[in-house]
Design a protein around this ligand. Sequence first.
Ligand code: PMP
Ligand code: GLU
Length: 394
Amino acid sequence: MKLSRKAMGITPSPTLAIDARAKQMKKEGIDIIGFGAGEPDFDTPLHIREAAEAAIREGFTRYTAVSGIPELKEAICAKLWRDNGLHYTPDQVVVSNGAKHSLANIFTAILDPGDEVLIPVPYWVSYPEQVKLADGVPVFVDPEQGALTVDLLHKQVTPRTRAIVINSPGNPSGQVYSRAELAAVAECAVKNDLWIVADEVYEKLLYGTAEHVSIASLSDEIKARTVIVNGVSKAYAMTGWRIGYTASEPKLAVAMDSIQSHLTSNPNSIAQKAALAALQGPQECVEEMRRVFDERRIYMCERISQMPLLSYREPQGAFYLFADATQACGRSFRGSVIKDADDLAALLLEHYRVAAVPGRGFGAPNCLRLSYATYMENIREGMDRLAAFLHELQ
Ligand code: PMP
Ligand code: GLU
């Protein structure tokens, strides 16, 4: 039987695939070190889990409003004011089944067939695939020496360009955009009448002197064309609960609400109560987890900087180190030639039992993404294995 062109054109998520493979190998008793995971390794804080238990006990088990319960939307507005200095009202907020779902709603709501979306490289794997699922065309912008400029963006704009995606702090690079870069994006968006899709899911995971600036806070004009995407997965270790949200101008919110009403209805009622507890409860847990990530980040950076054949830009946010392995490509390992990071990741997994995500899905085929969302002992052992592997390359 025939499948659609759309289905045939989609690449499955390589991040989830590597993670599933590593989890499966672990289950089979294989001593694997997983640097693939794109999720915090911590348990969801207790007070959040207790709120969910209470919701179950109280029978909060029915459909809710499609775009979320009013008190959660109020709490999201309060968060946007508290953390970002942005004023939104609940009618501008849509709560969905994870930020991934929020992004899918956005692209469905803003793209007509053939419309283009600018995506800076390296990008999170799902942006181009989601744009394609919404019949759009991803257009990649490769920053020069890591920096986005107005000129670079303008070069890629056509009459079909509708939006630009900004992910800061970024997956996979851990890059945090400077105010100057955000201003460049804003200028390009205003000049060309573009939506700005601002994915801020790693907002709370910042290191060193990095600060998070929401692009929507640059001016009211920018805010009106920005849709903020955020969620509870990364900040509160709640990846499995599936709660994400958008904040945008009301017309877009209504459109996304309608789309969601036919695809999934409301996000899980219990998870909404848990997200409410996360946003309204004590915030110390967020900082505690960030501190632990930072220790791991510093350790991993130090180890990688001592290894041959890898280079990297120090991550300022999120929980990934994106290593450039160009120098390892073209070398050989026990007789097989390494063409790219796909080969590198496959050999590393097979012979040294270390899982890392190859960069192809992020638009950087010579890079490897290493997640430090795993405990220190694991990182230490994984770094030892990676170093031994690299030393074996000829
Ligand atoms: N955006 C980015 C950049 C991500 O890394 C992730 C992680 N999966 C998401 C969005 C989606 O997160 P979630 O669906 O778990 O809220
Ligand atoms: N965002 C995470 C990652 O990049 C989770 C996996 C996914 O949703 O793709 O690994």
